[in-house]
Design a protein. Structure first.
Length: 204
């Protein structure tokens, strides 16, 4: 999938505006500049940021409603995937996004992008110490599924949804996790890779 194809999916299927696309391009340029000095993403994916990182993150919008109020927490936000991409799209002032990232270098990058694009997000340091009682948890290349479930059980005090981008071993991984009785899951296909899956867990 090339850059233009990814942009068309963002606009036609996920309702990204031209201004959203413009802000994502600013984000992409800043990422390339930082990546020259710091290893924020793999150098091999720099030419496919629109599909490999941006669209891959943006597809999560299909699985929750941004028109209602709520809190979304991105565990291990890294270079901003998926949380910052989602925050660029979400314009509802009643919907709050928290980016949680322990690396000072990556937090500096996130802060710079947020300031440049004037995005209202909260950037936190430690997933185990931060107040993240969210309605939605998202994660991409974070910890193993059982660790995310433990964070969910320990930190969340209300019903919530967990949306995790995973590779081809998603089914195997969830088969080897002991889900609490009030947790249910389903798998969805990724639109960016035939081998990738999205795990959606409902905690009630």
């Amino acid at each position: 999938m090339n850059e233009e194809e990814a942009k068309q999916i963002l606009k036609k299927d996920l309702n990204f505006s031209e201004n959203n696309i413009k802000n994502l391009e600013i984000f992409r340029i800043m990422l390339i500049e930082y990546n020259a000095k710091y290893n924020l993403i793999s150098k091999s994916t720099e030419n496919s940021i629109w599909s490999r990182h941006i669209l891959d993150s943006a597809q999560l919008l299909k699985y929750f409603n941004v028109s209602s109020g709520g809190i979304l927490a991105d565990l291990g936000s890294g270079a901003g995937f998926p949380g910052l991409v989602l925050a660029i799209f979400i314009k509802n002032p009643q919907f709050h996004v928290k980016l949680i990232e322990k690396s000072p270098v990556k937090r500096e990058f996130l802060n710079n992008v947020v300031a440049k694009l004037n995005i209202d997000v909260e950037i936190l340091v430690n997933v185990y110490e931060a107040k993240i009682n969210a309605d939605i948890i998202v994660a991409r290349a974070f910890k193993k599924l059982d660790q995310i479930i433990n964070i969910s059980r320990e930190k969340m005090k209300k019903p919530h949804k967990i949306i995790i981008l995973k590779g081809k071993n998603a089914q195997f991984e969830i088969n080897n996790v002991s889900l609490p009785s009030n947790y249910s899951y389903k798998l969805e296909n990724s639109i960016t890779s035939v081998d990738s899956k999205i795990i959606i867990i409902e905690a009630r």
